[in-house]
Design a protein around this ligand. Structure first.
Ligand SMILES: *[C@@H]1O[C@H](CO)[C@@H](O)[C@H](O)[C@H]1NC(C)=O
Ligand SMILES: *[C@@H]1O[C@H](CO)[C@@H](O)[C@H](O)[C@H]1NC(C)=O
Ligand SMILES: *[C@@H]1O[C@H](CO)[C@@H](O)[C@H](O)[C@H]1NC(C)=O
Ligand SMILES: *[C@@H]1O[C@H](CO)[C@@H](O)[C@H](O)[C@H]1NC(C)=O
Length: 594
């Protein structure tokens, strides 16, 4: 009896001891200009320790780290993995600098880079292809379309972040590979596997707010996964950072709740600009509402369903607001302790009750200080013509100091860049070409790997210095190649997306990346053959064939006769029938006579 109680006690002890896992989650809201709201969901977790060089086929335990990902990383010798799914346009002038200094945001579409350990290029590339194929199945994305013609080996940007034990304790070298799919639409089917990697599976904690139709209704969204390997003397473990950043336009989100099908605002609800003329027929609507009152239920259709109770630290929710104009209120059946943390209003969740946050503002344009990005950049295509064109990158340094930046650009092989055409224009007045001495003071370094047709994309990294308060324009010419018939995508007339350029701002002294942003994708039209032509040819040929067949068939089968001939024939035919009838009748008569 006593021993049984002991065993039960021991089990209870064991269970409660293992109940807290290395998992952390936090949620932060920040109202932005023009009634936008930034929501950052952050999740961090660690795997349990393992040995880096396991004999193949040995079972590993990862605790809260996903059992789906672990074996894939182990099998493909992946030491670091970074995956980004983004959608929408980040307007830095309204939203300020990117959350997490751009370290967790990707360009439009899907972006992937990873550090793979291997002995030579070939085996590493083989592992890379196996990795992207596995991830493709896991995340329901077209990552399996990644091949050598879209893979680059970046040199200065995307530095590994893992603290692998001293490099010399690794058995092989590390390789960094990167690829992007700018055409990939990001949607619910990518969010579901993303949530499945969390130990809370989107059922509890802050991830319970995330549903596809609300997340992808945002102005901009970015999902990121960063996995790094960290080693000590005893063994290694994975650290995984997952995040979802959303920018929601609040009036738009509230309007969708009221009217799922967009309709014009009824006249009685219009707010007209009093500084302009207005009456029953004329109205200049006011740009923005300045008073708002909304809750998580309005934005996400859900409340926070308790904390992540398996975690060793309680779920934390914060709001970065200007307390003069904003009021935060949490509605829950338990008492909520709202406290200040670095100027933010925060609370923690340690039970499984529902939590709803109310945001109330008397003047929504009064927001907490919004840091401006250290660089503004945009890229466009110029010089539209059938067989050539140009890239133009506009960079503005709004700060008081010169800034060092790296522009990373990878273009598909059918865009043939001519590096000697690179020109730099400063403040729209002075244009420098390669021969000018000023060119070298602005452009401090070039890494360029030209493309190989159908095998390799071109890869360009430019180290540029931008003087304070200066606008710099970089222009580059390229030729367009002709593609083979089968190389065009199904909707060839849509054009080809060129992946976003990655712009990294470096620290002046240490040369570490302190801020990173992406431009938008560029849509390039190539000379496109008329794909409807084969069908036109088939249709035309068939018509001609059927006409010809009909005529020839008629000629062969039918005989042409004149009218008299036909009548004579008809007559003779009818007289023949009459004769025959007479004969029959005669023969019948004969029978009766007998
Ligand atoms: C993961 O491990 C690192 C280092 O061992 C530690 O600093 C970090 O807090 C851990 N993360 C979690 C979520 O426990
Ligand atoms: C808080 O939630 C309760 C039900 O859970 C509801 O009755 C009450 O009206 C809510 N309060 C506010 C201010 O929304
Ligand atoms: C709201 O705040 C902005 C900026 O502080 C100010 O210009 C504006 O007049 C305020 N609006 C109202 C209605 O108080
Ligand atoms: C560019 O123009 C701005 C003012 O418009 C000026 O402050 C800056 O020094 C100029 N840059 C250069 C390199 O001349």
């Amino acid at each position: 009896m006593n021993s049984a109680v002991l065993v039960v006690l021991l089990l209870v002890r064991l269970c409660s001891a293992t109940l807290s896992y290395p998992f952390e989650e936090s949620l932060e809201f920040k109202p932005l200009k023009s009634n936008n709201l930034l929501a950052s969901f952050n999740f961090k977790l660690n795997s349990s320790e393992f040995q880096l060089y396991q004999p193949k086929g040995e079972t590993l335990h990862y605790s809260v780290f996903s059992k789906l990902l672990g074996p894939i990383l182990q099998e493909t010798n992946t030491r670091e993995l970074h995956l980004r799914f983004s959608q929408g346009w980040y307007d830095a002038e309204v939203y300020g600098e990117l959350p997490a200094k751009g370290g967790q945001s990707g360009g439009t579409g899907v972006e992937l880079w990873s550090v793979i350990e291997g002995t030579d290029d070939e085996s590493v590339f083989h592992d890379w292809i196996r990795l992207v194929n596995s991830l493709s199945g896991l995340f329901c994305a077209s990552l399996n379309f990644i091949d050598s013609d879209s893979t680059t080996y970046p040199v200065t940007v995307f530095q590994p972040k893992s603290q692998l034990l001293q490099q010399n304790s690794l058995e092989n070298d590390l390789y960094l590979l990167r690829s992007a799919l700018p055409r990939e639409p990001v949607c619910t089917e990518n969010l579901t596997p993303f949530l499945k990697l969390l130990p809370t599976k989107g059922k509890a904690g802050i991830s319970s707010l995330l549903t596809g139709h609300k997340v992808f209704n945002s102005q901009w969204s970015s999902m990121s996964i960063d996995i790094t390997t960290h080693c000590s003397e005893t063994g290694c473990h994975y650290e995984m950072d997952q995040s979802i950043k959303l920018i929601l336009n609040v009036p738009l989100a509230l309007e969708r709740n009221e009217m799922p099908i967009p309709k014009p605002t009824p006249g009685s609800k219009l707010k007209c600009d009093p500084s302009k003329f207005f009456d029953a027929y004329h109205c200049f609507p006011l740009d923005e509402v300045s008073e708002l009152d909304y809750s998580l239920l309005d934005l996400f259709g859900k409340q926070i369903q308790g904390g992540a109770l398996i975690s060793n630290t309680p779920t934390k929710v914060c709001a970065d607001i200007n307390k003069k104009a904003w009021n935060i209120d949490v509605n829950s059946s338990t008492n909520v302790d709202l406290h200040d943390e670095n100027g933010k209003t925060c609370f923690t969740i340690t039970d499984s009750e529902n939590y709803n946050i109310h945001f109330k503002s008397s003047n929504t344009s009064e927001i907490a200080p919004l840091p401006a990005p250290p660089i503004y950049a945009s890229r466009s295509l110029s010089g539209y013509s059938q067989d050539s064109g140009g890239f133009r990158i506009d960079l503005t340094n709004p700060t008081d100091e010169d800034s060092k930046i790296i522009i990373f650009e990878s273009t598909p092989w059918f865009v043939r860049i001519y590096l000697h055409t690179l020109t730099i224009t400063v403040n729209s007045t002075n244009t420098y070409t390669v021969d000018d001495p000023e060119f070298d003071t602005l452009l401090n370094g070039i890494i360029y790997n030209p493309a190989i047709d159908r095998k390799k994309p071109s890869h360009l990294e430019l180290l540029v210095t931008i003087p304070a308060h200066t606008k710099v324009k970089l222009a580059l010419q390229f030729d367009k190649s002709m593609l083979l018939y089968a190389e065009y995508p199904p909707d060839a007339n849509h054009g080809f997306e060129i992946e976003p350029a990655v712009i990294s701002v470096l620290d002046k002294d240490t040369n570490d990346v302190v801020y990173q942003m992406r431009t938008t994708t560029a849509l390039l039209t190539l000379p496109t053959p008329d794909f409807s032509m084969p069908y036109n040819v088939i249709i035309l040929t068939s018509t001609v064939m059927s006409l010809a067949f009909g005529a020839i068939f008629n000629l062969l089968i039918k005989r042409t006769v004149t009218e008299e001939e036909a009548e004579r024939k008809a007559k003779s035919a009818s007289s023949k029938i009459r004769d025959r009838l007479k004969q029959r009748v005669q023969s019948v008569k004969n029978v009766f006579k007998r």
